[in-house]
Ligand binder design. Structure first.
Ligand SMILES: [Zn+2]
Ligand SMILES: [Zn+2]
Length: 103
């Protein structure tokens, strides 16, 4: 891993000397010059955007069920203005009672 070590050394030296780690310009924005700062920034922004979309996809089913008055857990009809069906409502209230007893 000689190349890796060498790169690390260059990286550290640049950082210490205030040189952009991507090129040899002055690092005016943290470890990067303005140009590379923008590039890095855009890249990390893109990653955050992807993460958000992934989370959104996962959250989509429960939201849909909630809108239709269905149980978040199984999709059956929710009761008593809650987000869960009678069966799941009972499971949760039982669990709540148990937890309350334990304390
Ligand atoms: Zn640069
Ligand atoms: Zn249910």
């Amino acid at each position: 891993m000689e190349g890796e070590k060498k790169w690390r050394k260059i990286y550290r030296e640049k950082k210490e000397n205030g040189i952009c780690v991507r090129c040899s310009k002055k690092a005016t924005h943290g470890m990067h010059c303005y140009e590379h700062y923008l590039k890095e920034h855009r890249r990390s922004m893109g990653r955050a955007e992807n993460e958000r979309n992934k989370r959104h996809d996962r959250g989509l089913v429960p939201v849909k069920r909630k809108d239709n008055g269905l149980c978040l857990w199984c999709g059956e009809k929710a009761v008593n203005g809650t987000n869960v069906c009678g069966r799941h409502g009972k499971i949760f209230s039982d669990a709540g009672k148990k937890a309350a007893k334990k304390r």
